[in-house]
Design a protein around this ligand. Structure first.
Ligand code: TXE
Length: 478
């Protein structure tokens, strides 16, 4: 399969004619190639975007709604094809890819309605004047997304940017480009005007960096690693671009003695290992009150041992393949670091070579205990099927451990004590706190992290505000 760019409403070969290999993580084999684009493709995309943007901005909201909603319908209609492409590209189980395709379509549907509903403020000055805030599209914006939830995160940025009247140049991860190509096809089918969305494929430091450096691209929405976020901020900051950065996490999952323990354990299996642990919202540090530590630990090990790892296309598989060889090696290296730091592997800890998939990149779901809060294993983002578990004595200690990393994306708290739940919600230094649940998402809510987990919020009106520039207009009345 040849994955090409989408520029000015058409599929387009990269200007250089160069391609990169595209791997299937389940088998480790090359199964296609992806455009190795560079600054000249970004320039082509920019010219197309610039000439389309104004007309798109003044397109009536109902027309914007119709075409964005049509994109959602087409993703729904082609769900199986999208899901298979995502699974082959990313390594995730096919059933999970199907769920994510539903959510990607929902992103388009949600922001299609946002285009119809978005409104602005006015401030009256007691008869002397009236102020109103014009929210105008930023212009041409860049959206860069990672490999873990490829189409879901891609659409999470593109949909609000389009709904707010911008023209978009978007770059998916070079590791998982397949569903972005399908999205290009869907946009053509849906009749999205030419140049309103442009998709360029290729390497982050090359085509991604060219997107960031382009002087006339005014806003960048990025999701990916914290190290990349720093490079992007260093480049875009002095150019005074608007920036939204959704970065890594090292999320705590805290179980108190008064919680519904069985529900906490069952959900924590997902919190820890869903999508091979490759979700920025996964809980990688499980903190358990000392009075229930042994019980929770043993039940968790029992549940995790049941998880089937292997062929992502097998409906009974719970954990698929790690996205790339390089990431697989990184995750395995962290298991070695944990052992060297004195960690005890309670279950897992090894690479796996399932029959028929010997060259794929599989790692057993791994639980580690015996590490303190300030070792590398507990401070650095591993982003794989590896968690640590730690006992705590009281609320103060739980809070200190939870807040004790540079990251601040999401935290989960399991308790039936109302006071404790509210207190932790207030005191946890995270952008998102789940109480007695995980990954329950209302698309209207602000999404993002604090500290090294990023800057800015996405979701609902926050995304619409990011992709618009507010202008105050003050009209004298006397
Ligand atoms: O992310 P990158 P990767 C974390 C996770 C993972 C690490 C690296 O810890 O191990 O990030 O993953 C593009 N200018 N997360 O390598 O490199 C790149 O091409 C412009 C957390 O995938 O940050 C891709 O499209 N763009 C995260 C996107 O940035 C650049 C999810 C993300 O790639 C660029 C995924 C540059 N200089 C990984 N360099 C989360 N929080 O959801 C790279 N890119």
């Amino acid at each position: 399969m040849n994955i090409v760019n989408y520029i000015n409403g058409e599929l387009a070969e990269p200007v250089s004619g160069n391609y990169l290999p595209n791997y299937n993580p389940a088998t480790g084999a090359v199964y296609g190639q992806v455009a190795d684009s560079d600054a000249s493709d970004v320039e082509k995309a920019f010219v197309a975007a610039k000439s389309a943007q104004k007309a798109w901005e003044i397109t009536p909201a109902e027309e914007k709604f119709k075409v964005l909603n049509r994109i959602a319908e087409l993703i729904d209609e082609r769900r199986e094809q999208f899901a298979l492409a995502e699974s082959n590209d990313q390594g995730k189980p096919l059933w999970l890819a199907r769920n994510e395709m539903i959510r990607a379509a929902q992103n388009f549907r949600f922001f299609a309605t946002a285009a119809m509903q978005f409104a602005s403020e006015s401030h009256s000055m007691e008869g002397r004047a009236i102020n109103y805030t014009l929210r105008q599209a930023v212009g041409v914006v860049g959206c860069i997304s990672p490999w873990n939830l490829p189409l879901y995160l891609f659409s999470w940025k593109i949909a609000p940017a389009l709904a707010a009247g911008n023209a978009v140049i978007a770059k998916p991860s070079e590791f998982t480009p397949a569903t972005a190509l399908l999205l290009s096809e869907v946009c053509i089918q849906a009749g999205l005007p030419k140049g309103v969305l442009n998709i360029v494929h290729g390497l982050g430091p090359k085509v991604g960096q060219a997107l960031i450096e382009h002087p006339r691209i005014k806003a960048i929405s990025f999701t990916g690693g914290t190290a990349t976020g720093k490079v992007i901020a260093a480049t875009a900051g002095p150019m005074f671009k608007k920036l939204s950065l959704e970065l890594g996490g090292k999320n705590p999952n805290i179980i108190f003695e008064d919680a519904d323990i069985e529900k906490a354990i069952k959900t924590s299996v997902n919190t820890s290992f869903m999508n091979q642990g490759e979700i920025c919202l996964c809980g990688s540090r499980l903190l358990i009150h000392e009075s229930i530590y042994e019980t929770v630990k043993n039940r968790l090990i029992e549940e995790v041992k049941k998880l089937k790892v292997g062929n992502p296309l097998d409906e009974s598989t719970r954990i698929g393949a790690i996205v790339s060889e390089q990431h697989y090696k990184k995750v395995l290296s962290y298991i070695e670091i944990a052992k060297n730091e004195g960690g005890v592997i309670l279950t897992g800890g090894n690479a796996l070579h399932p029959e028929g998939f010997e060259n794929g990149w599989y790692i057993e779901p791994t639980i580690i205990e015996g590490l303190n809060m300030s070792c590398r294993t507990n401070l650095e983002e591993i982003f794989g099927p590896v968690i640590t578990i730690m006992p705590f004595k009281n609320d103060e200690e739980a809070l200190a451990i939870a807040n004790g990393t540079e990251y601040g994306l999401a935290a989960t708290v399991w308790t039936n004590n109302l006071t404790r739940a509210h207190k932790f919600a207030a005191d946890l230094e995270f952008g998102i706190v789940w109480v007695n649940c995980w990954l329950l998402r209302d698309l209207r809510t602000p999404f993002g992290g604090v500290k090294s987990s990023g800057v800015g919020r996405e979701g609902g009106w926050d995304a619409m505000k990011f992709f618009t520039e507010p202008k105050n207009v003050c009209i004298a009345l006397s």
